[in-house]
Write a protein of this length. Structure first.
Lengths: 120, 378
C-alpha cells in the first residue's frame, strides 16, 4: 500500500511498518541535497513532528513524521550520499522505517491519485 | 495583499521566465533564484565555464562635478567614503563603502573613474537611500544621476573568451579595469570584476538592449544563466560580504575586516586623512583594533551552519561569543562554509568555536578567507 501526505512524504506500508521518504516532487523543489540528518532508531514521534532534516546549498527543510510511531531503521546511505534522494526519491532514497502506533491512521492519508491532484 | 503585485522587474524578466527560472522576491524585484539545473550545478558551471547573471536590480549612478572636473567629483565622494578616489586612475575601479557618523556601513559599492566623472554601482536594496544620501551631501557640487540601465555579469574562466569573440580588446583588460566598448553594436560599459571569486565581467547596457545582449551571450555553448542562489554560494566561497548580512550599520569596516579597502591617503598621516563620516572611530580602530572581527568559519562536520546561528566558546553552549552572518554549503569546497563575527581573541585561524544548529553545538574552525583561490587577472 502506497500513501502520501500533504507535506510531500510517501509511505510504503507492510503490516504495521511504513517505509517513509519524500516525493519526487518534493525532491525536485528542494534541489540538490547536500546534507541529510536522520532520527535515532528507537525514537518515537507524533504526527507532524520534525523527524529529519534535509539541506540544499541554499536552505534547510524539515521532514515531518507522517503519523505517530517509532523509528525502527534509518537509511544511512542517504546521509553518506544525499544525492540519492534526488536521483531515486521513491526507492534507494528512502529515509526511515516507522512502526505505526495505529495502522488505522493510514486512512487519513492521501492515495496516489489524491496526491497527484494536490501537486496538480 | 499580493506581495508580488508590488514587485519591480528588470529588463531581463521575460527572458528569465522563458528560460524556466524559479522567481523569488529579492530587494523589491522579482528575480531568478535558480534555473532548471539548480543552485549546485549552476555554481559549479560558473567555476568551470561561464555563468550569466542578471544584476540589473543593482543601482548604477553617475556623479559629475558641476565644475566639470573629475577632481571635484572625487573629493566630494571622498567626504562620504574612506577610499582614495582622487588617486584612482582613469578607467579603474575600486571597492568602497558609505559610512555613517558612528563608523557603521550604510552600503558597499564599486567606484569607477570614467574620464571626467564617477560611475558607481550600489546594492539594490540601498539604491534609493544611497541616491538620497549623495544628493543631500554632495548634490550642491555634483550632479548625481540614477541610471536606467541593465547590468549583466558574465563570470567564470570562459567569460573572457566568450566576450573576446565580440570585442577582441577585452583580453587586454586587467582585474578592476573598466572600458567603454561596443558589443553587437550596442554601447556598453564593461568592468573586469564581479562577485564570484572568478575572473569575469560586469556589463552595463542600455535597458532596451539588455535582452538582445543576454540572448546572444546565452547562445554560446559555454554560457548558462545563473540565479541568485548560486550567486550567493559563489560569493560566500570567495569570502565576499553581502550587505545586510555580513556588514551593516552595526558593523564598522574594521570589524568587517575590510581595512584593505582604505588606502594610505585616507588613513592617519595620509595626505587626505579622515574627512569621512565616522572617521574618528574608524581610524582609531585601524590603530588600536576592535573587540570583534569578521572571520571565515569552516564547520568540521557535514551539516551546514547558516546565517544567524549563535556562536559559543564551548561545546556546551554556555558562553555565547558571536553569530554567523552567512553560511551554507560550498559546492566547490565540497563542504559547509560560513562567516561571522567573533571576539578578537578567537580570530586566529585554527581556533575552534561552536555553532548552535537545531539544539546541538557543532564545532566550526576559524579559517582564513576566501575558501577558494580566486582567479582574478591582475
Amino acid at each position: 500500500m502506497l500513501k502520501f501526505t500533504e507535506e510531500h512524504e510517501w509511505l510504503k506500508v507492510e503490516g504495521d511498518v511504513a517505509i517513509v521518504g519524500i516525493t519526487a516532487h518534493a525532491a525536485e523543489q528542494l534541489g540538490d541535497l547536500v546534507f541529510v540528518e536522520l532520527p535515532e532508531v528507537g525514537a518515537s514521534f507524533s504526527k507532524g513532528a520534525d523527524a529529519a532534516t534535509v539541506e540544499s546549498v541554499k536552505a534547510a527543510s524539515e521532514v515531518y513524521c507522517p503519523l505517530d510511531g517509532e523509528i525502527t531503521e534509518v537509511n544511512e546511505a542517504i546521509t553518506a550520499d544525499p544525492a540519492l534522494v534526488n536521483s531515486d526519491p521513491m526507492g534507494a532514497g528512502w529515509f526511515f522505517k516507522l512502526k505505526l502506533r495505529n495502522v488505522g491512521d493510514l486512512d487519513g492519508l492521501l492515495d496516489e491519485s489524491g496526491y497527484k491532484e494536490l501537486i496538480g | 495583499m499580493d506581495e508580488t503585485a508590488a514587485l519591480k522587474t528588470t529588463p531581463l524578466h521575460a527572458l528569465h521566465v522563458s528560460l524556466g527560472a524559479r522567481m523569488v522576491p529579492f530587494a523589491g524585484y522579482d528575480m531568478p533564484v535558480q534555473y532548471a539545473p539548480g543552485v549546485l550545478k549552476e555554481h559549479l558551471w560558473t567555476r568551470s565555464s561561464a555563468g550569466l547573471f542578471d544584476v540589473s536590480h543593482m543601482g548604477q549612478v553617475t556623479i559629475r562635478a558641476r565644475s566639470g572636473k573629475y577632481e571635484d567629483a572625487a573629493l566630494a565622494l571622498e567626504s562620504l567614503v574612506p577610499v582614495d578616489i582622487l588617486g584612482l586612475a582613469e578607467n579603474r575601479q575600486r571597492y568602497g563603502f558609505f559610512t555613517d557618523d558612528k563608523g557603521g556601513i550604510l552600503d558597499d559599492l564599486m567606484i569607477t573613474h570614467m574620464d571626467d566623472y564617477l560611475f558607481v554601482v550600489v546594492n539594490a536594496a540601498c539604491k534609493e537611500q544611497d541616491f538620497k544620501h549623495l544628493q543631500d551631501h554632495i548634490g550642491d557640487s555634483c550632479e548625481v544621476t540614477l541610471l536606467d540601465r541593465a547590468l549583466i555579469a558574465l563570470q567564470g574562466p570562459r567569460a573572457v573568451d566568450v566576450l573576446a569573440e565580440l570585442w577582441a580588446d577585452i583580453a587586454y583588460m586587467k582585474f578592476m579595469d573598466v572600458r567603454h566598448c561596443r558589443l553587437h553594436d550596442v554601447s556598453c560599459l564593461v568592468s573586469r570584476s564581479g562577485y564570484s571569486g572568478e575572473d569575469g565581467f560586469e556589463i552595463s547596457v542600455p535597458a532596451d538592449k539588455a535582452e538582445d545582449i543576454a540572448k546572444r551571450l546565452l547562445e554560446h555553448p559555454d554560457v548558462q544563466p545563473i540565479g541568485l542562489g548560486a550567486r550567493d554560494s559563489l560569493r560566500l566561497e570567495a569570502g565576499l560580504c553581502l550587505y545586510g548580512n555580513d556588514i551593516d550599520q552595526t558593523t564598522t569596516p574594521i570589524e568587517g575586516a575590510l581595512e584593505w579597502a582604505i588606502q594610505k591617503a585616507r588613513k592617519a598621516g595620509g595626505v587626505r586623512a579622515g574627512g569621512f563620516p565616522g572617521a574618528t572611530r574608524i581610524l582609531g580602530e585601524l590603530d588600536h583594533g576592535t573587540s570583534r572581527r569578521r572571520v571565515g568559519l569552516k564547520p568540521e562536520g557535514k551539516a551546514p551552519v547558516r546565517g544567524h546561528a549563535k556562536l559559543y566558546a564551548d561545546a556546551e553552549g554556555e558562553s555565547e561569543i558571536g553569530e554567523v552572518t552567512s553560511g551554507g554549503f560550498g559546492p566547490s569546497v565540497e563542504s559547509p562554509v560560513a562567516m561571522g563575527y567573533v571576539p578578537t581573541e578567537f580570530t586566529a585561524p585554527g581556533t575552534t568555536v561552536y555553532a548552535e544548529v537545531r539544539g546541538k553545538y557543532l564545532p566550526v574552525v576559524v579559517s582564513s578567507l576566501p575558501f577558494i583561490k580566486p582567479t582574478y587577472k591582475r
